[in-house]
Design a protein around this ligand. Structure first.
Ligand code: 5GP
Ligand code: ZN
Length: 114
């Protein structure tokens, strides 16, 4: 998919509004429009990568920083228990093809996820 057709690239360019929790030079963290828990954030790299399965070795630091920043955001907000999720592929629940880390918190989580 071209980045100009990508929903999350549009959010990153502020062409689509979002409630932003955190931003730095590498990523944007904003609240999911259809939350699946009392807290539901999406951490989105500024670089357009369609799927986790497309990751290359030079993306290791970037993807690590998504997880690290999720932990720091949770700590700052006193969210002690939370779930971090990447969906890879439509069958696994991916609907936006620009990688993103879900941070879910504020309720008891079930296992296994559906
Ligand atoms: P996926 O299903 O690809 O893992 O996650 C995509 C997420 O993006 C979904 O949880 C969905 O609710 C969220 N989403 C879709 N469109 C928008 C939007 O325009 N704004 C925001 N903030 N979230 C969106
Ligand atoms: Zn994109």
């Amino acid at each position: 998919m071209n980045t100009s057709d990508c929903l999350f690239c549009k959010v990153l360019e502020r062409k689509i509004p979002a409630k932003v929790e955190y931003e730095d030079d590498k990523l944007l963290a904003f609240y999911d429009i259809n939350p699946q828990a009392p807290v539901h954030l999406l951490l989105v790299p500024k670089k357009h990568i369609e799927k986790i399965s497309d990751l290359e070795e030079n993306h290791i630091a970037l993807t690590g920083s998504l997880i690290y920043k999720a932990a720091r955001i949770a700590e700052k907000n006193h969210w002690t228990d939370y779930r971090l999720v990447f969906n890879n592929g439509a069958q696994a629940g991916q609907s936006v093809f620009h990688i993103h880390l879900h941070l879910l918190s504020g309720r008891k989580m079930r296992w296994p996820p559906g």
